[in-house]
Design a protein around this ligand. Structure first.
Ligand SMILES: [Zn+2]
Length: 272
């Protein structure tokens, strides 16, 4: 498996080992792109994605919706959410590296893992006629994040899930029907803060209604944390006439008190 070289990622910058003068934040940002290749999850040198981290995602998908039950039961129906990894340690690091540290070389690995997950789930489900193909919709990132990352990275995961479902006999096509209006970042907010922050900001884009109206939809996101993103996405799709039947994520953050990642600890106690 060829690994991406520093030059293919960022041809104009100095090669590995070179000292770069500049602000600390710039250095930190460049470090993820210019230094020799290391595993995007555990940091093992000289391999972009090690066997140990790959193994975290090559498991039978498991259900995690009970971790976000309060937000997933907007209308009393729990939304099945299949996931692959606990969102801690190397799995969490890998998602952060992918989304915020330029490790887009991980995209095909994550998409492949979710393709396998989609196939496994589909093989256990009744077949769907091609005319009734499911729509597989990625949870939308903010406009700022889209610009920073060159698009909605989660859309690639949605394509993986769609391919897997289809391979397993459940016809599915990806759709980028959702958009998010500008607003504050979700990082650092608790469950209620996240839900409030997102309320009304996730919408079906122009033309997207035609893609989802009357369709069964499967949502895809990178990590299930509080469920706020999936709940807002589900609400927007259902107002457009879709029926959201399930969701897939790469990872699921354990509930607070089990192993809370430091960035998920709310900065203030939510009211009530
Ligand atoms: Zn690793």
């Amino acid at each position: 498996m060829p690994r991406p070289s520093a030059s293919s990622l960022l041809p104009a910058l100095p090669v590995a080992g070179a000292r770069v003068a500049g602000p600390r934040s710039l250095l930190a940002e460049l470090a993820g792109l210019v230094v020799p290749v290391a595993c995007g999850g555990c940091g093992l040198p000289d391999v972009p994605w090690c066997a140990g981290c790959a193994a975290l995602l090559t498991v039978r998908p498991w259900r995690c919706e009970e971790r976000a039950a309060r937000l997933d039961r907007l209308d009393g129906r729990p939304l099945p959410v299949w996931t692959l990894a606990e969102g801690v340690g190397a799995a969490r690091q890998a998602v952060v590296a992918w989304k915020d540290r330029g490790r887009v070389d991980l995209t095909p690995r994550f998409a492949a893992a979710l393709r396998d997950a989609g196939r496994t789930v589909a093989l256990a489900a009744p077949a769907v006629p091609a005319s009734a193909a499911l729509r597989v919709v990625g949870a939308p990132s903010s406009p700022a994040a889209r610009r920073r990352r060159g698009g909605n990275l989660v859309d690639a995961l949605a394509r993986g899930v769609a391919a897997g479902l289809t391979a397993g006999g459940v016809a599915a096509v990806p759709s980028d029907a959702l958009r998010r209006r500008p607003g504050a970042d979700q990082v650092g907010l608790g469950a209620r803060g996240r839900a409030r922050n997102l309320a009304g900001r996730v919408r079906v884009r122009g033309g997207g209604e035609l893609e989802v109206r009357g369709r069964a939809v499967v949502l895809v996101d990178d990590v299930l944390t509080t469920g706020a993103t999936l709940a807002a996405s589900r609400a927007a799709l259902e107002s457009a006439g879709a029926v959201v039947v399930g969701a897939f994520t790469l990872a699921s953050t354990p509930p607070p008190g089990v192993a809370p990642p430091s960035h998920e600890v709310p900065s203030a106690r939510p009211p009530g």
